[in-house]
Design a protein around this ligand. Sequence first.
Ligand SMILES: *Cc1c(COP(=O)(O)O)cnc(C)c1O
Length: 430
Amino acid sequence: MLYYSLNRQSPPVDFRTATIAGQAPDGGLYFPENIPKFSAEFLRDLPRLSQADIACEVMRPYVGDTIPEADLRRICAETVNFEFPLVPVTEHISSLELFHGPTLAFKDVGARFMSRCLGYFSQGETAPVTVLVATSGDTGGAVAHGFLGVLGVEVVILYPSGKVSPLQELQLTTLGQNITALEVEGNFDDCQRLVKQAFLDEGLTSRRTLTSANSINVARWLPQQLYYLFAMQQWAPAAPPVVAVPSGNFGNLCAGLLAHASGLPVGHFIAACNANDAGAEYLRTAIFTPKTAVATISNAMDVGHPSNFVRILELFKHEHATISQLLSGYTVSDADTSATIQRVQAEHDYLLDPHGAVAFFALENYLREYPAAAGFLLATAHPVKFPEVVEPLIGRKVELPSALHYLLEKPKQSVPLAPSYESLREWLLQ
Ligand SMILES: *Cc1c(COP(=O)(O)O)cnc(C)c1O
């Protein structure tokens, strides 16, 4: 399998090169040259296959011959070694819980797959690869945890001191091993500026191999198809489901559409957006206008210019009429999101996080128009990650899952860093 750049000014590359580079030299996103089809046997046997078998079968054509079968099998098994339960909430709506991974967020799957691929590709290299990331909280935790213990890869993660939640800080700073957390005396923009400067510093990059763990990387994007297959393993009704995806950068949704293009029987997709709704607006009007991001309570979706949207356009050859047959867009306000969390807890005894609540509200509205249909939403994060939003709405504390209690016992280890590039450079070269 080769990947071409959506800017079409760089040559096609294989999975290895696309994973190491992240973005094409011309600044474009990589896209697969052809879309594999799932066989009828595979779809029929889906409920009986293990998650690792499914992961291997789906990822093999995308990886091609860049990773041998046995290594791919190990990588897949390690990537999906936790549960993805489809939990009924109402008569017609279920919740696909994607938050049972180590950092309680769906980004764990992409981060775990990508880190292990990079680890494989860096075998035999004499110098370790350093993954340098700035985080405002969530992504950094998934990336850092994804890379934990991967040989040949060191992770240096910059986070703004005092500006991430206590749980997020524990997830960043208690890992140890090959993960170092630099606690920057500044804000997220400072962290991002320092990282960008490091990538441009040839004096540094000639002495230390730096790579980013960017969310547009094909190795993070493609394995997100797997959730949709795990959901279909558990989907009982005869009619294909309506699937609502809380969307920010549209990577997750685009992966679902890709699985559908390969033959996964999904009836309809919903792009559920908060006030940052450039994508939803395109679906309603056929006009795509990126905006400046505004802050909402579903803050992982506060994206004004969704970078993966071009991949959706490419998948449908830029034909709005075809896209809008399969995909509807909804814009959900913070007020409706809060009311949904409260109401679903009260009426169905099910606690949604703000991102899942956006998708629940959108799905409910769609099903009001199509009452014979049923579907599920993607619950992308555990509600315990957003206590400041969720707890006042339901009037009680959200308990940390017992699998995470160990975090509370581990000492925080971070390296304080002044918000100047010189300090970062000095630290990286020491
Ligand atoms: C990243 C994220 C999203 C948005 O996913 P995209 O693939 O960027 O659309 C939704 N919910 C949560 C909790 C996230 O962390």
